[in-house]
Design a protein around this ligand. Structure first.
Ligand code: FPP
Length: 249
């Protein structure tokens, strides 16, 4: 018998292909609680979370969604217990090393966004290798926010622009939205159409503050490790009922 996951290999017929979000962002919350509910350490939740993210990436590919951005580690997450932070850093590195060949084969273009300079050296190397190997790929754009903070991103853009003004490279009057966006980590990436946050929390937690000005937000009580294609289908159905006016009538 076919499993439900297999049944959802193709775009469910009740979704309108022409009105799918082009870019979906996810806040993968609830890994710790999922593990705790099973009497396990929090890291088991993160481990299961990777499998869910991998299937969501494949799903974007299968259903024709061109960009996926995942919030893997925020600038605030350094405040977690040291062993958990170390586990996450090692996990990112391990997953990247293990999955790179498949990403290359599947034409996925990987990009890490955030202040990467504070990450462990070996992870930085793996990130460089992954981005270099996939930079010409034309399939799904997979962005991973690591040591990412929306406020920090905006400040570093301001500093870079101010410094260019000081050096006489640009004039103050030239500063506009386009120029500002060119100094964000996400330059060249379209803004997310849909943000999905799991585990029921109704906040954006310093994620893509500039980019989400007009993003539709969908919150589900499902914990991230339980998220799957059917739940994604529900989120997309909900999205397709929204009337996106972008401030107009
Ligand atoms: C939030 O759940 C989850 C994280 C901070 C980590 C998410 C990371 C992954 C799923 C791994 C992704 C891997 C790659 C390679 C991109 P939580 O721990 O805050 O859960 P809680 O709210 O229940 O405590």
């Amino acid at each position: 018998m076919l499993s439900k996951v297999n049944l959802l290999k193709e775009l469910p017929p009740d979704l309108d292909q022409s009105r799918l979000p082009r870019h979906v962002a996810v806040i993968m919350d609830g890994n710790g609680r999922w593990a705790k509910n099973r009497g396990k350490a929090r890291i088991f939740g993160h481990q299961k979370g990777v499998d869910v993210l991998k299937d969501l990436l494949r799903c974007c590919q299968d259903w024709g969604i061109s960009a996926l951005t995942a919030y893997a580690f925020s600038t605030e997450n350094w405040g977690r217990p040291q062993p958990e932070v170390e586990f996450l850093m090692t996990l990112f590195e391990r997953v990247l090393r293990k999955e790179l060949d498949e990403m290359v084969a599947k034409d996925v273009c990987i990009r890490f966004i955030g202040d990467l300079t504070n990450l462990p050296h070996s992870l930085q190397e793996e990130i460089k290798r992954g981005m270099e190997a996939t930079k010409e790929n034309k399939g799904v754009k997979f962005n991973i926010a690591t040591n990412y903070g929306g406020r920090q991103e905006i400040i570093q853009a301001c500093v870079a622009i101010a410094s260019n003004v000081e050096k006489g490279l640009i004039k103050v009057e030239e500063i506009d939205e386009k120029l500002f966006e060119n100094h964000l980590y996400t330059t060249g990436i379209i803004s997310p159409d849909l943000l999905i946050r799991t585990s029921g929390e109704m906040r954006i937690s310093n994620f893509l503050l500039w980019q989400m000005a007009y993003t539709e937000i969908y919150v589900t009580s499902t914990l991230w490790p339980d998220f799957n294609r059917e739940k994604f289908h529900q989120a997309l159905l909900n999205y397709q009922q929204r009337d996106r006016r972008f401030g107009k009538v």
